[in-house]
Design a binder for this molecule. Structure first.
Ligand SMILES: [Zn+2]
Ligand SMILES: [Zn+2]
Length: 257
């Protein structure tokens, strides 16, 4: 069996992604209360007691707010960059593993490659996971797709990719001008078109799963994201759209033949 992954929820109100291989399961980010995390994990047949570790991508509350309480309650080790650790008062963590720059590391039998992304956080890292001959990339919360990002995420077997906003909806939407600039800027979030452009450049025919994620509830619609991704929806074996309320159910990445 290859890598499996599922989501507790995806968007600016809270994120959490499960990545599992064999008996081990990692939680990437936690933007939910303990109770809400337990509830959302139960829906996926899991409890936080089943977790091996928590990994953190960056310090924004939709990714971090639930990390320390959950880690303390269930005595879980937390992996994060030094920049993320020092960015704000995270709260006491029972066990800290610092991620060193671009250095891949293993948790149980999962090889994790951290990839630096342009985002308005101290030391944001997104991750590529490899196990059992298959790979999964989690790529959200970035304002620009750099050549470095393309090199690491271009050939993953499965991809969770941000399509945060529609530029026109963002421009005409309710956010104050400074927030509009931040979200749409080089250190903000990927638009539908940026996400589609990235896939066009690196190719998407090889993907087993494409999960379009971190879709804004204010500055985007499922319909607009679908239109921007029309070619991918057509050609990728399984293309789905993650939501804030439900995330998405377990998906398995088969080993590359
Ligand atoms: Zn976010
Ligand atoms: Zn963020």
């Amino acid at each position: 069996m290859g890598l499996r992954f599922a989501s507790l929820g995806s968007g600016s109100k809270g994120n959490g992604t499960l990545v599992a291989s064999g008996d081990h399961c990692l939680l990437v980010d936690c933007g939910f209360t303990i109770k809400e995390t337990e509830r959302r994990m139960a829906r996926l047949g899991m409890s936080p007691a089943d977790l091996t570790a928590i990994l953190v991508t960056h310090e924004h509350s939709d990714h971090l707010s639930g990390v320390a309480p959950l880690a303390r309650r269930y005595s879980l080790p937390v992996y994060l960059t030094p920049g993320t650790l020092r960015a704000r008062d995270i709260g006491k963590l029972p066990q800290i593993h610092l991620i060193e720059g671009h250095q891949p590391f293993t948790v149980a039998d999962i090889l994790v490659t951290p990839v630096a992304v342009p985002h308005d956080a101290r030391e944001a890292a997104q991750f590529v996971f490899r196990s059992c001959g298959s790979s999964l990339g989690l790529l959200t919360d970035l304002g620009t797709v750099t050549p470095h990002v393309e090199a690491h995420f271009g050939d993953c077997d499965a991809l969770v990719l941000e399509a945060n906003h529609d530029p026109q909806m963002l421009a005409q939407g309710p956010y104050p001008p400074s927030l509009k600039r931040r979200v749409g800027g080089a250190y903000g979030h990927l638009s539908n078109q940026q996400a589609a452009g990235f896939l066009q450049r690196v190719g998407y025919e090889h993907l087993q799963h494409l999960v379009v994620a971190h879709i804004s509830e204010k500055n985007n619609t499922l319909e607009l994201a679908r239109v921007a991704m029309a070619e991918m929806v057509e050609s990728v074996e399984n293309c789905i759209f993650a939501c804030q309320k439900e995330g998405f159910d377990w998906l398995t990445v088969e080993a590359r033949g």
